[in-house]
Design a protein around this ligand. Structure first.
Ligand SMILES: C[S@@+](CC[C@H](N)C(=O)[O-])C[C@H]1O[C@@H](n2cnc3c(N)ncnc32)[C@H](O)[C@@H]1O
Length: 309
């Protein structure tokens, strides 16, 4: 069995370092201190977390680097900003300051969409990810749905930089659109109006009043534009629902992530809109209300003139 090259020195064992780092992160209020300490150790040593079991003593240079990483994590920098990567389904996405770190909750939204897609399309579906961030949803759809043609819409210049980087690195068929979903029509999407099979979105959805309630990793490091959705949190959700209604073909599917307090309000929006059938709300893996879905009705026309997508 081979491990990283470790030299015996004064830095002590990895086990002792992990115990100290875990305690330091725990007292700093980090939610998963042991897991974070292990991931930082694996990152700094350039090995998988599973391989940590074969490491005995730490080389002094690694211990110094690890102490720096733990100090930053104890100041509540997100783990993913330290490693530069966020895992999402089968993807490792490049992330850092300026882009929202994809969350496990959103994996459930994509899972629902993948399971539902055969009811819309026999193959090669056209999919749109509104508010794409790092590209977690768009790239998952492009990677997991054979023949999918995927469009990713994002407004923020910094997020667009990360999105383009992840799309380029993946080699997957995702077209990036720089556009504001709250300001239709979106010229580059006009040709898709009425032809899209699936729209998925994880928009900003936290009510502005929650600003003092989020963890430091979120409030100080996720971009504000990725988080805050106006007084009731639903400003961008409303725009997403309206834009999706213009993009989807009859029978096409919509899935929108929402705050756990929106389990009644979000489906209520779709029902009141009149253009959606099969409206349902879904919990995440923790059992919290997390996303709403609906199917574009046939024959329920556009609500205003000049709406072209
Ligand atoms: C919660 S993050 C989700 C990112 C990604 N979909 C994910 O799940 O990781 C919301 C994203 O929406 C973008 N956004 C916010 N308002 C927008 C708007 N009006 N038009 C387009 N994108 C917007 C933000 O910049 C941010 O990248």
């Amino acid at each position: 069995m081979t491990g990283p090259s470790v030299t015996r020195g004064a830095a002590g064992t990895l086990a002792a370092w992990l115990a100290r780092a875990t305690e330091r992160l725990r007292s700093a209020g980090v939610a998963s201190p042991r897991a974070d300490a292990e991931q930082l150790a694996a990152f700094a040593l350039g090995i998988s977390r599973a391989r940590l079991v074969v490491v005995d003593e730490l080389p002094p240079s690694a211990a110094e680097r690890l102490d720096e990483l733990v100090a930053r994590r104890a100041r509540r920098e997100p783990l993913q900003h330290l490693t530069g990567l966020a895992g999402f389904r089968y993807l490792d996405l490049a992330v850092g300051p300026g882009v929202f770190i994809p969350r496990p909750e959103t994996e459930s939204v994509v899972g629902w969409a993948l399971a539902a897609l055969p009811s819309v399309s026999g193959g090669g579906p056209v999919c749109v990810d509104l508010c794409a961030g790092s590209g977690a949803i768009a790239l998952s759809l492009a990677g997991e749905v054979p023949g999918a043609r995927v469009h990713a819409v994002e407004v923020d210049p910094a997020a667009l930089g990360w999105l383009r980087r992840n799309v380029a690195a993946s080699g997957l068929p995702v077209t990036v659109h720089e556009a504001d979903v709250t300001a239709p029509p979106i010229a580059s999407l006009a040709r898709l109006a009425g032809s899209v099979d699936l729209v998925v979105s994880n928009p900003p959805y936290l009510p502005d009043a929650d600003r003092d309630e989020v963890e430091p990793e979120v409030g100080e490091h996720d971009p504000p534009r990725a988080l805050w959705g106006g007084a009731d949190g639903l400003d961008v959700v409303r725009a997403v629902v309206a834009l999706a209604a213009r993009l989807l073909r009859p029978g096409g599917l919509l899935a929108v992530e929402h705050a756990d307090g929106h389990g009644v309000a979000a489906p209520g929006l779709l029902r009141a809109d009149g253009r959606w059938a099969e409206v349902a709300d879904h919990p995440d893996l923790a059992g919290r209300d997390r996303f709403v879905t609906g199917r574009r009705r046939a024959g329920a026309g556009q609500r205003a003139t000049g709406e072209e997508g």
